[in-house]
Write a protein that binds this ligand. Structure first.
Ligand SMILES: *Cc1c(COP(=O)(O)O)cnc(C)c1O
Length: 395
């Protein structure tokens, strides 16, 4: 059945191209994990995870065991990292679906150990990645508190320390000072790991900003010094957006960032259609509480997109969308399911016309950064805020 016309188009070929480009930045020392958490940042796990795998991704990153189970159904052979860890009772699903959990709490080890034992797993057979808190104070073990965790992973446990992970929390700061401090802290943790007689395969570090700022080399070298290989974990860049740097690079832009600015292509376009067009006289008010008043006779176009679709309510009266290749301002408040555009200045707008909320139409584009800037958000939040009822279509 045709759906209400509010949809997202995903160019899966661009997901593949972006992944290949990013792999080139990391190679030959490091491998990439494609971050497809939160329904691939709203881009559809079902469309994007297989695309990343077609482009050569050996690893996918999801938030939860639930997302991991969904990813496993789509990608039977790919390694799947559960970044947010397993919750109580989820151990058996981790084992059954061959997921790889990030761990940092003793109770997580217990949960996974008992699930592995119940499934008859051999010793050192269920891989886990241990997260180290190198300064973000969010998730992970402090390097000084590692000993008891490491002690549980040696000798007889069905768990195998396959990876050591950390999250860089200021990789988008151009001076790199915070990242350098985090990598030193990580190095301290790796000494503790070796001293405990554990020799993991993977050092799992770094988001899009780290990769584009040129940190892949430092991370791969740190991994190499400890007999490991590096995994970097780009998310936003996979979907074609280059994260902003603050402060930005002034003198010399790192080569990977300069290349990415030219090469990465946004894969998502968000569209709706004009439902009806009406002429209103001067003085007519538009939308809830009449916050827009027609200053002259005007033409208004109703569109099938509202805040329940992810079009932020704060955009009312302060943002424009694309119709017939031109910018049409949102007139009045954004409603739950509908909004109104002022199309007085755009000739020939008619029911059925395509409206672009995010993406390119004609020669003009609206980016996730534009949406984010207008409402004090970030592109990640704009993408993940596109409603579940908005159909995702592969183009
Ligand atoms: C979401 C996430 C990433 C990807 O971040 P981007 O900035 O989108 O590249 C990487 N690592 C972890 C731990 C994450 O949670």
């Amino acid at each position: 059945m045709p759906t209400r016309p509010c949809w997202v188009e995903i160019d899966t070929r661009l997901v593949e191209e972006n992944f290949r480009f990013l792999s080139g930045l990391a190679a030959p020392d490091a491998e990439l994990l494609a971050v497809v958490k939160a329904d691939a940042y709203g881009h559809s796990l079902a469309l994007c995870a297989p695309a990343a795998v077609r482009a050569g991704a050996g690893w996918l990153g999801v938030t939860s065991v639930e997302e991991g189970v969904a990813a496993r159904a789509l990608c039977p052979e790919t390694r799947i990292l559960v970044i947010g860890g397993a919750f109580p009772g989820q151990g058996p699903a981790v084992v059954r679906h061959r997921l790889t959990a990030v761990v940092w709490e003793p109770w997580q080890l217990e949960e996974l150990e008992s699930a592995a034992r119940a499934a008859g797993a051999a010793s050192a057979s269920l891989p886990v990645h241990l997260e180290i808190d190198t300064g973000m104070s969010r998730q992970g073990v402090a390097s000084g508190a590692l000993a008891p965790m490491l002690a549980r992973l040696v000798g007889g446990s069905p768990l195998r320390l396959e990876g050591v992970m950390t999250h860089l929390f200021a990789a988008d700061e151009a001076d790199g000072a915070v990242t350098a401090a985090q990598l030193s802290e990580l190095q301290r943790a790796l000494h503790h790991v070796e001293a405990a007689g554990l020799f993991p395969d993977w050092l799992n570090v770094g988001n899009s900003a780290a990769l584009l700022a040129g940190q892949a080399r430092a991370i791969a070298e740190l991994a190499g010094r400890h007999g490991m290989r590096a995994i970097l974990r780009p998310g936003l860049a996979l979907y074609g957006l280059v994260p902003g740097f603050d402060p930005d690079f002034t003198a010399s832009v790192p080569q990977p960032l300069a290349a990415a600015r030219a090469a990465l292509k946004p894969v998502l376009t968000w569209k709706t259609r004009v439902v009806s067009v009406r002429e209103v006289p001067a003085g007519a008010v538009v939308g809830y509480n009449g916050t827009f008043v027609a200053t002259e006779p005007m033409r208004l176009a109703l569109i099938a997109a509202g805040y329940a679709d992810g079009l932020d309510r704060r955009l009312g009266n302060r943002f424009s969308l694309l119709v017939r290749g031109q910018r049409a301002p949102l007139a009045g408040r954004v409603s739950m399911d509908q909004s109104v555009l002022d199309v007085t200045g755009i000739l020939g707008v008619a029911p059925g016309d395509e409206v672009v909320l995010l993406g390119t139409q004609g020669g003009d584009s609206i980016t996730a950064f534009d949406h984010a800037e207008a409402v004090g958000a970030i592109p990640w939040q704009i993408f993940t805020g596109i409603g579940a009822r908005v159909t995702r279509i592969r183009v």
